[in-house]
Design a protein around this ligand. Structure first.
Ligand SMILES: [Zn+2]
Length: 310
């Protein structure tokens, strides 16, 4: 029995470790095999082993899109080759495509838009990606989730959550101009989340849909506005029964009897808030002056006492 293992044997050890789910050790073996192949001037073998190592690296960087991209690009160098992953064999090109789409998913879903235009761009990117999953990986059980997280995900199942997030992004892009339209997009998002089996997200979308779709009449100025939390807010108040009775008969509510709050459009709310803030600042300043005066008096008394003792 030879003392030193051949690179082919080390490569085989790597595959065994993959079967046992030890991806960290497997990656090390693959890298080792690549080095040995290189020493023997077997560049094909060296490249193959390094591609296996790159795919294993995804397991250690499961939320890092760069790990996916590196693995994807290295797989493309293999040409028409059946790539071994655990008990499965997949065409290298297909795995490269899967890694590319999964990287895009991580990148696009982590976009953090801050204005309506950026929300629109995110929505477009999400829709395009959903279409790619449907068109390019439909009917295929994805390799990466099966290998590293033991979950069975078919390609087209990736589309519904992406479409849901796209609808939510469109909703956010519209909320400032047209809350009712925003609410409609949250309704679509809710249906996509249900299709994706994500009932928690469906409920969250439903809450937004109701808030954005809700309309009220401002208690203070009488303006009619829709979009709760964005264009109008509920302000805690005190409502007597007489006041509540007077409010009935109006098509839109001016208050919420259940929480003893009145509805204020953002304009009125902002004015009240600014005024209250200015009063608070003024009061604090007055209080500080008063306290400072007392401190000064105490200081002078102390120095007088010190003078007498000394
Ligand atoms: Zn108002």
């Amino acid at each position: 029995m030879p003392l030193f293992k051949t690179p082919v044997e080390i490569l085989a050890q790597g595959h065994d470790l993959v079967l046992r789910g030890d991806f960290v050790q497997a990656r090390e073996r693959f890298s080792e095999a690549s080095t040995k192949f290189t020493k023997q001037r077997d560049m094909m073998g060296a490249n193959l082993a390094s591609v296996y190592a790159a795919v294993m690296a995804v397991g250690q960087g499961i939320s890092n899109p760069q790990a996916y991209r590196t693995a994807s690009q290295s797989l493309l160098t293999l040409g028409p080759y059946m790539f071994k992953v655990g008990l499965r064999e997949v065409p290298a090109q297909q795995l490269a495509l899967e890694l590319d789409l999964l990287a895009a998913e991580l990148e696009v879903t982590s976009m953090a838009p801050s204005d309506p235009q950026q929300f629109g761009e995110k929505a477009k990117a999400l829709q395009e990606l959903a279409m790619r999953f449907r068109a390019q990986l439909a009917g295929q059980v994805l390799v990466i989730p099966e290998l590293f997280t033991k979950t069975v995900v078919v390609g087209e199942a990736k589309a519904a959550p992406l479409m849901a997030q796209a609808e939510e992004a469109i909703g956010e892009s519209l909320i400032l101009q047209d809350p009712k339209a925003a609410a409609e997009h949250y309704q679509s998002a809710r249906l996509w989340w249900i299709q994706a089996g994500r009932l928690d997200q469906a409920d969250a979308a439903s809450t937004h849909m109701k808030e954005y779709g809700r309309a009220a009449k401002c208690w203070f100025c009488g303006r009619e506005v829709s979009g709760e939390g964005i264009h109008f807010v509920a302000m805690p108040s005190e409502l007597t029964d007489l006041v509540k009775q007077r409010g009935q008969g109006s098509a839109l509510p001016t208050f919420d009897a259940a929480t003893n709050s009145v509805y204020a459009c953002k304009g009125c709310y902002g004015a009240v808030f600014q005024l209250a803030d200015a009063i608070a600042v003024k009061r604090t300043g007055e209080l500080e002056a008063k306290v400072q005066k007392q401190i000064d008096e105490i200081k002078s008394q102390i120095s007088q006492i010190k003078g007498r003792i000394g």
